[in-house]
Design a protein around this ligand. Structure first.
Ligand code: LLP
Length: 421
């Protein structure tokens, strides 16, 4: 569920007409609903009710400071994967003991910053990383709390580029070697083992892969405890999918996911962490764009819009589907029209949808990409020297620009010309 609905034939973001934001900000832009962000965060929080837990928002999905501040005030912890994300979380007021540090290639410098600034735990992904963290912690006279990310070798049944839980993926250590790796970790004085971490992929639309993975984690917990390790915390990762295509996808709900967690690991008495990103932010955001031209091709019509693959790369990168809707609702009985919806960038990959049926549209009309809140703005770039797309946050009947569109002078002025040129 989200808060982008038609009222009197006009698409609204909560109580604000999307066209009003377009008039004030220009297009393209992202707009996020505070109510949807908070609703999704709370669904997870409630799904784990009755178990000690922390929902650590995977901020890679959408990391604008205003969004982080909103979620932090609601009590979210954060899952970070770089020192940049760590500093963003801190700047949004998240205390170090609510930040978990994930990622397959943390540098010593990143470890140092997090240890000095405070950290809930590092999710360690390899033995060399373990050695490095041990050294950094000892050099600072401290001890780093860790989980080890295990790779359970289960098929998440998702897009190959976002599956992480098979043995062929670069993530975690093979679960078959976990006892040996934990024994090594326990021998390093700069580390304190506190739990286990697992994350099997993103945009999961079935619970079964989670069941398999969490059962393996439960078995491992017992085995590691028998080996004398203190396993008090299980970080179960993120990845729960969202309905990108409303007409035909219905991924499991957070409440069903929560029930599965209780069923598979609830008896262990561990504190549970989860790291959802997409489900919190995805359907909380639209990308709004304007039609530049309607072009008649040989056998099709192209809708050429002012948003492009640099603003939303998911269709080009993962063949991802986003529902696309007109900002002015089609009149009842209006003729449908079918378009290839494309951006202005000079490559064929700059195609958002082929043969998409909408209502008839004309130059100047506004359209909105649904489910664009997660992995939208954060993956945008300036390719073709297009300005970074601005972001807007809505709450009730108010909206605010939370990242302005830069000026061309700012973009050009960031480059420097060597004096010898
Ligand atoms: N935890 C870890 C360790 C992760 O690597 C990820 C996502 C998450 C949590 C959050 O997963 P989520 O709940 O958002 O599915 N750019 C791609 C998605 C990449 C996901 C990477 N890792 C896309 O646009 O689909």
């Amino acid at each position: 569920m989200d808060h982008f609905l038609y009222r009197d034939g006009q698409l609204h973001a909560e109580d604000v007409p999307v066209a009003e934001i377009a008039a004030a900000v220009g297009t393209p832009f992202y707009v996020y609903s505070s109510a949807t962000l908070l609703r999704h965060f709370r669904l997870f929080d409630e799904a784990l009710h009755g178990m000690p837990h922390m929902v650590c928002y995977a901020m890679k999905a959408l990391s604008n400071q205003a969004v982080l501040t909103l979620l932090a005030k609601a009590g979210a912890g954060m899952d970070v994967v770089s020192v940049g994300e760590y500093l963003r979380a801190k700047a949004a007021g998240v205390p170090g003991d609510r930040i978990v540090f994930s990622g397959v290639g943390k540098t010593r410098e990143e470890m140092r910053v997090a240890l000095e600034g405070g950290i809930r735990q590092f999710n360690v992904e390899s033995e060399p990383e373990m050695e490095a963290l041990n050294e950094v912690a000892l050099s600072l006279g401290t001890v780093a709390p860790i989980t080890v990310r295990v790779n359970p070798d289960v098929d998440a049944k998702t897009h190959a580029k976002i599956a992480t839980g098979k043995s062929e993926n670069k993530f975690g250590i093979p679960i078959s070697r976990a006892r040996e790796v934990y024994a090594h970790a326990a021998s390093l004085p700069g580390l304190k083992v506190i739990g286990i971490d697992v994350h099997i992929g993103s945009q999961l639309t079935q619970l079964e892969p989670y069941r398999l993975a969490y059962q393996k984690v439960a078995e491992l917990t017992e085995a590691l405890r028998a080996d004398g390790h203190q396993i008090d915390r299980l970080d179960l990762g993120g990845g729960l999918g969202i309905p990108y295509e409303r007409s035909n996808t219905a991924p499991p709900l957070p409440v069903e996911y929560g029930a599965l967690i209780k069923e598979t690991v609830g008896h262990l008495g561990c504190e549970i962490e989860i790291e959802p990103g997409r489900l919190i932010a995805g359907n909380a955001g639209l990308l709004v764009s304007r039609v530049i031209y309607v072009k008649q091709g040989e056998d099709r019509q192209f809708l050429i819009i002012d948003g492009a693959m640099n603003d939303l790369i998911r269709p080009a990168m993962y063949d991802a589907h986003h529902d696309i809707v007109p900002v002015v609702e089609a009149a009842p009985g209006a003729e449908p029209a079918t378009y290839d919806i494309v951006g202005p960038i000079c490559e064929s990959g700059d195609t958002f949808a082929k043969g998409r049926t909408l209502t008839e549209l004309a130059e100047g009309d506004l359209i909105a990409f649904r489910s664009a809140g997660a992995y939208g703005a954060v993956m945008s770039s300036e390719y073709n020297s297009r300005l970074l797309v601005p972001e807007v946050l809505v709450q009730g009947d108010q909206f605010a620009v939370i990242r302005p569109r830069p000026t061309f002078d700012e973009m050009i002025g960031r480059d420097t010309i060597p004096e010898w040129l």
